[in-house]
Write a protein that binds this ligand. Structure first.
Ligand SMILES: [Zn+2]
Length: 209
């Protein structure tokens, strides 16, 4: 008997404080892994055939009627069509309320005066070659980001709950252009900036032969 081929796709690495883009076809499953623990990955997405259809935090939280999305929940586009379904989640705590960290955020919230790498800049650089303009990038799904809200509505960014090897899996519900980062904000990542790993299980390779 021939051994079965290994069905696991290769794990790719996003170096610390950087980003990448990738295309998902409907049915593909994107696995986002925190290889070292306590590291956030920002995700944004556009319909592959129409960049006016974008990931919508507002739609997604409204339809889920909760702030924290996990296995079984969907992420919607601004036209209310599903973009992703979360199919696995070993952490259970992610943020979908805050925009990607940016130069302006570091200046306003942390008093940074010089240039600071940011998820926004990394998304712009990764998605720009695909025709995406900076102002089209909205609220990211911030995988592993631990944001808390007190009774008065104040927002607190806490260290991620993810440990080394934890992961989230998202199934694409349409053809998508995605941007992914290894977050650059010290305050969101327990003080140390680390890489993010990811892998794509292609739908075409999942079906029966
Ligand atoms: Zn960031």
């Amino acid at each position: 008997m021939d051994p079965r081929p290994d069905p696991s796709p290769p794990l790719l690495r996003i170096p610390r404080q950087s980003g990448t883009s990738l295309v998902l076809r409907r049915g593909d499953v994107l696995r986002i892994v925190d290889p070292l623990g306590e590291q956030v990955c920002d995700l944004y997405a556009f319909a592959l055939d129409d960049p006016a259809r974008v990931l919508s935090s507002g739609r997604s939280l409204d339809y889920a009627s909760k702030l924290f999305l996990t296995t079984g929940d969907r992420l919607y586009a601004n036209d209310s069509t599903p973009m992703f379904t979360i199919v696995a989640d070993t952490v259970g705590r992610h943020d979908f309320t805050l925009t990607p960290c940016s130069q302006e955020m570091f200046e306003r919230l942390y008093g940074v005066t010089g240039r600071h790498p940011s998820c926004f800049e990394n998304l712009v650089n990764a998605l720009g070659p695909h025709g995406i303009r900076p102002e089209w990038i909205g609220t990211t799904f911030n995988v592993f980001m631990n944001v808390a809200f007190d009774a008065a509505g104040r927002i607190e960014v806490r260290p991620p709950l993810s440990r080394a090897g934890d992961y989230l899996e998202l199934r694409a519900e349409m053809d998508l252009l995605c941007g992914l980062t290894a977050c650059s904000a010290e305050g969101s990542n327990a003080g140390t900036l680390k890489p993010i790993d990811y892998a794509v299980r292609r739908a075409a390779a999942v079906g029966t032969p």
